[in-house]
Design a protein around this ligand. Structure first.
Ligand SMILES: [Zn+2]
Length: 151
């Protein structure tokens, strides 16, 4: 489940094609069945098998990914397409915030992360830090800026 969470923002009303590095305008999305979305969007057409990034509802810094199962071009509006996308089923995921101070420069940062119900909150936070460029373990947390300087 958490493997579908991506620690970077996607603007509301857009989606991004991960492999092609393109951003599309989201025209509509409806759930066909749990875990299966029908998405229409305007912009570059994704490949079958490509990962798409969507904004995660209620989150500012997080997105979730889905995989394109099939895609067809649409005539109207121009450059639009319709795709069936396999997406994670979010039932027990909570969005949380934590204030983390860098052990190297001391600057505090607000970190948004997801935690499944009954999961270990510190483990979920560490996972988020590691996927957002921090060098982090339970004993030491170094922010992305310091981590890059030390590398
Ligand atoms: Zn730092």
């Amino acid at each position: 489940m958490l493997t579908h969470i991506v620690y970077r923002p996607t603007s509301a009303g857009t989606l991004s094609l991960m492999e092609q590095g393109q951003i599309c305008r989201l025209l509509g999305a409806k759930t066909l069945q749990p875990g299966l979305l029908e998405v229409s969007a305007q912009g570059k057409t994704p490949y079958v098998g490509e990962s798409l990034l969507f904004p995660l509802k209620g989150a500012k810094q997080l997105s979730f990914s889905g995989t394109v199962l099939e895609v067809t071009a649409q005539i109207q509006p121009e450059n639009s397409w319709l795709a069936k996308v396999q997406v994670p089923v979010f039932e027990s995921v909570q969005i949380r915030n934590a204030q983390v101070s860098c052990d190297s420069c001391g600057s505090p940062m607000q970190v948004e992360f997801v935690c499944e119900e009954n999961a270990d909150v510190s483990a979920a936070l560490l996972h988020a830090l590691q996927h957002s460029g921090w060098r982090a373990n339970l004993a030491l947390q170094v922010c992305p800026i310091c981590a890059r300087k030390e590398a």
